[in-house]
Design a protein around this ligand. Structure first.
Ligand SMILES: [Zn+2]
Length: 323
């Protein structure tokens, strides 16, 4: 309604009526164009069509999209393939937050940079912290500056709890869509239940003595606990912080002593340290796991990255020739 302000009114009075009409309709046309382009829904659909949701990680953006379907218009501030721990928001991110009806983050230290950006954006949209104070979650100590470890979603049964929280938040932001969100969440939870069982079955094909791994950063403690693997160590203590020579030497000793067959890193991190660890220990390198961020298609959904990671783990840890 800004175009009907007093300043515009004064300007309009000096213009021919046809021009005034054109000027008055222009913002409306632009608005309608933007609505129809957003979620594919028509602007005359339910008032909640194209609910604007901004998330930190691309992983959470996918969870919101799976629950909200065409009712939501989701963007993640952290691009695919970028580490959310060390992400530095740009001024354009504040503009995105200013237009959001719902803001979704993990919390627990993963994406705390968001608080400042929300403040500078002036947004008053509700903020959902998916990972904090979740009933039924047994939190694991972070072992560093971040407490507890924030990577709950890599245990698929915990990702299902994120889905519930997202469905509740969407229903609160857009009550007209409450049934659609409940149904979307139920269908997605069912698929995630299948995924959880599939992960269990796949990991079970690795001989128990070989279910050991070394990770680049400490993203997998909920995953390893849920699916019966053991993390021998991590290369970096905190995101963006490389190990000292002494820490790396200790990790090399630990990997050798454990007999871990593979060292895993993620697509968003440089491979040099992982390669060095592998060279020193004889362990195999797998450097394209996904955890904190999605990848390019077809690895652009949560379900796809979990399947991809498990396939990589099983291939690296299962003895050749077994199945
Ligand atoms: Zn992480």
């Amino acid at each position: 309604m800004r175009w009907r302000g007093p300043a515009d009114g004064r300007r309009h009075r000096r213009l021919a009526p046809a021009v005034v009409l054109a000027l008055a309709l222009l913002p409306l046309a632009a608005l309608l164009g933007a609505c129809s382009g957003a979620g594919g829904g028509s602007p005359s659909a339910a008032p909640g069509a194209g609910v604007s949701v901004v998330t930190t990680s691309s992983v959470f953006a996918d969870l919101v999209r799976q629950v909200g379907g065409s009712r939501v218009d989701v963007v993640s501030l952290v691009p695919r393939g970028v580490d959310p721990h060390t992400f530095e928001p740009k001024p354009s991110d504040a503009a995105r937050l200013a237009g959001a009806r719902l803001i979704v983050m993990n919390g627990l230290g993963l994406d705390d940079w968001l608080a400042k950006t929300i403040e500078s954006s002036g947004s008053t949209a509700p903020v959902v912290r998916l990972g904090e104070n979740v009933p039924g979650v047994d939190y694991i100590a972070g072992g560093g500056a971040v407490e507890p470890n924030p990577h709950l979603w890599l245990d698929v049964s915990y990702a299902m709890k994120y889905v519930d929280r997202i469905a509740d938040a969407l229903a609160a932001a857009d009550p007209a869509g409450a049934t659609a969100y409940r149904d979307g969440a139920a269908a997605y939870r069912s698929r995630l239940g299948d995924l959880d069982r599939w992960v269990r079955d796949e990991i079970a094909t690795i001989p128990p003595a070989d279910r050991k791994l070394v990770m680049y950063h400490d993203a997998f403690p909920y995953f390893t606990r849920a699916y019966g693997l053991t993390a021998v160590g991590t290369i970096v203590n905190a995101a963006g912080q490389e190990p000292s020579a002494g820490e790396l030497a200790a990790l090399i000793d630990a990997v050798k002593a454990s007999g871990a067959k593979a060292v895993f890193s993620e697509a968003q991190f440089p491979p040099n340290l992982v390669q060095r660890l592998a060279d020193e220990t004889g362990a195999r390198v797998v450097s394209d796991l996904y955890d904190d961020a999605l990848g390019d298609p077809p690895l652009d959904t949560y379900e796809a990255i979990i399947r991809h990671d498990v396939e990589q783990l099983v291939t690296a840890l299962r003895p050749a020739g077994s199945s």
